[in-house]
Structures are given as structure tokens and as C-alpha cells.
Design a protein around this ligand. Sequence first.
Ligand code: ZN
Length: 271
Amino acid sequence: MVETILSQLDAAPDGLTLAELQIKLNAPRGRLDHALKLLSLESPAPLLKLDNRWKRTVAPLAPTFWERVERLTELRKREQTRMLEYLQARSCLMQFLARELDEHDAPPCGRCAVCRGEPLLAEQFPPALAERAAQFLQRTHHPIKPHKLWPKDAFSTYQFTGKISESLRAETGRVLAIWGDAGWGELVRAGKYSAAARFDDRLVVAVVEMIREWNPQPPPAWVTCVPSLNHTTLVAEFAERLANSLKLPFHSVLQKIQPTPPQKEMQNGFQ
Ligand SMILES: [Zn+2]
């Protein structure tokens, strides 16, 4: 990321804003911001910030930067190893922590799981409770928060820049499942990767339930889907079954015109 940031800034004499860098780099905004700040703390700094724009200075990135990165990475790996050792420790856990903090003569605490010789929390649970937890998760619908700003440059052809006006803003949506979550995640995954490439009927029922509970106003009048070039029938077929269950028409109003990388690999708002 550091090398790409520097080469992108080399090619931009007027500098780039954080939003513009998100167009050039498929990286999470927070991590980009972090990398920029880290580089600006170098001495001499290879880049600097002027009025929201990051610009390259004449200073090259010192080789000591990479040495420091390596040293820090090593340190983090060592810490991670120690944490794994803590999980498997056969002696007092409090003593372990005290030793990590350079206190070497702490007595056994007598209260941790190792000292007591038994887990502090029950490891068994009644199946009925697990069933209720699963049902709770399946009924927990997540909001889709609408964007308040147009993505930088994405819609500028239509003069859509800056704030999205109230009249054009989407309302808060609902999502049934997040990839891999503990509610419906497993059933979604099974549908996507099954030989039949078909989502389970239980997911249709669950979406119908979700919409009934949500009760959006005005109520939906038709159903569509965002098509995929990789899975040509999976989503459309699900959306049609959903439309049938809701007794609404299904309209295929969107067409995908070029292949794009999977959404799950897109790491920032612009991408
Ligand atoms: Zn202990």
C-alpha cells in the first residue's frame, strides 16, 4: 500500500485527497488514512498534507522505514505467540500476565481457571436455549444505512456530487443476513455453493417475514434484483420466488454490462 500510495502521488503533481486515493487504491479508508499519517511522520517526510490534499515531497522514503516495519511486525508476531501460549497455559493465568508485565514474584492467584482447575463459566448449555438464540439471530434484521454523499466522481457525469438531496436519498433498508453470520449465514452459503445453485425456500419465507415485520411505507409494489454475471440464475430465481410469495410482479430492470470483481473484495466506499 505504501509503495502504491507513493507512486500514485508521484504521478499527481497537484496531490490527491483521501477520497481520490480511494479511487486509485482498493483499500479500506481507515487503513489508507493510517498509512498516510504514518508516512507523514517520517523524517524527512516523503509526503505532506496541504489543504486536504496529500502531496509528494522531494524526500525519498528512507530504507530505515522498512527496517522499522519489519521490527514492528516481528514484535507483533511475538505478542501473538505469547497470547496463544496464554490460552494453553497450565500455570496460573494471573502469574502469566504479571510476568508479561515484568513482575516475576507474583503468587498464584487462586481464582483463575487454572488455579481452580475448572472453567469459570459453564461450557454446557441446554439445547432449548441454543434454539432460542438461533431464532433470535434469525429475526435480527440489520439496517442498510443510505448514503448521504455521492461517491466521489462516480456520478459526476450527471452532476451528482457532494450531498445527496433529501428527495433523492434512499430510505433505510433492511438486510436479512450478513455473509457468514450466525443467523441465516450458513443457509445462504449452502445455497450459493450448492450444485443446484438455489437458495433454500426457508430464506424466501424469512424475507417475507422480515418485510411484514418492517412494514415499509409505501409498501413495495414490485420486486427486482441486482444481477450477477457470475451467478446468472441464483439471485434472479430467488427474487422471482420472493415476488411470488409477496404476490407482487418481478421486473428485471437492471442489466449488468461489464464484469467486475466480487463485491466482497471491494474495500472502500468508492470501489
Ligand atoms: Zn491463578
